[in-house]
Design a protein around this ligand. Structure first.
Ligand code: HBI
Ligand code: FE
Length: 288
């Protein structure tokens, strides 16, 4: 029987998932039949709303991935059916979990190409904001890009790097990379500036804000710069890091040893997200 983990990246937070009956790797059964009509309705509302924004605001790979995993507005996806499609696309699968899980198991899942998705979905009065990841965030935000071969390879490499970072006591530095790419990343491609981060794509307000608002800074992605930068968990981001392609996520040297980089950065205080450095390749200077 597992204990409820403390929320790793979100400070002290009462987690609301049911952790009593998890396997040692923190997985549970999805029990799709147990979702109520009201829960499917929450999915339908959120899905319809966010799907309509993808065309204008998301990297094209997101809508392609959403179609590839067979998700639609009708009901909460069945993980088993999604896994048939994901396996063919990239060899990934999703597993059901009660919510946030400890870093050790989280990294182990990613390294094994399995992505943990919370089984519970938010209540109708929480459509716009939630402090912890639910099924909608985890699925709509993260799962589409697992069908993209390049991004999927990056997620696996991140899991392996996470396991090494644990040995180095450097997880907080690597977690900033996850935050500014997987959760809040922007991509500048043929279609212009677009969002690909799950934290953005699962939020109606931030989807528009991240791409169009003059307030935040937008700076070209650079691994060491990202590892040095603090992030905010309680408001829209004041800094976004921009890649030109998913391949760029690897140029930083995944597969190589981040040890020397971690040692160099150490536990120096983080750079505030409002701050621009002379060395930054600035894409837009924020008004904050
Ligand atoms: N667990 N279910 C879940 N989802 C996450 O995104 C997650 C987690 N545990 C740990 C964690 N994230 C972070 O510590 C890493 O991204 C660094
Ligand atoms: Fe997430």
């Amino acid at each position: 029987m597992n204990k409820t983990p403390s929320a790793p990246t979100r400070g002290q937070l009462e987690l609301r998932g049911a952790y009593e009956h998890t396997a040692p790797d923190y997985t549970v059964e999805q029990r799709w039949e147990d979702y109520s009509a009201a829960e499917h309705e929450v999915w339908r509302t959120l899905y319809t709303r966010q799907r309509a924004l993808l065309e204008r605001y998301a990297a094209p790979e997101v809508a392609a991935g959403l179609a590839a995993v067979g998700a639609d507005e009708h009901c909460i996806p069945r993980f088993a059916a999604v896994n048939e499609l994901l396996r063919q696309a990239t060899g990934w699968r999703i597993v059901a979990v009660p919510g946030l899980i400890p870093e050790e198991q989280f990294f182990a899942h990613l390294a094994a190409r399995s992505f943990p998705v919370s089984v519970w979905i938010r209540k109708p009065h929480e459509l716009d904001y939630l402090a912890e990841p639910d099924l909608f965030h985890d699925f709509f935000g993260h799962v589409p890009l697992l069908a993209n071969p390049v991004f999927a390879r990056f997620m696996q490499a991140y899991g392996v790097a996470g396991q090494k970072a644990q040995a180095h006591r450097a997880v907080p530095l690597l977690a900033r990379v996850y935050w500014y790419t997987v959760e809040f990343g922007l991509l500048r491609g043929a279609a212009g500036l677009r969002a690909y981060g799950a934290g953005i794509l699962s939020s109606k307000g931030e989807t528009v804000y991240s791409v169009e608002s003059p307030e935040p800074n937008r700076v070209a992605f650079e691994l060491e710069r990202v590892m040095r930068t603090d992030y905010r968990i309680d408001s829209y981001q004041r800094m976004y890091f921009v890649i030109d392609s998913f391949e760029e996520l690897f140029e930083a040297g995944y597969g190589t040893d981040f040890g020397p980089l971690y040692d160099r950065i150490g536990d120096a205080p983080g750079i505030a997200p409002e701050v621009l450095l002379p060395t930054d390749r600035v894409i837009s200077r924020g008004t904050h």
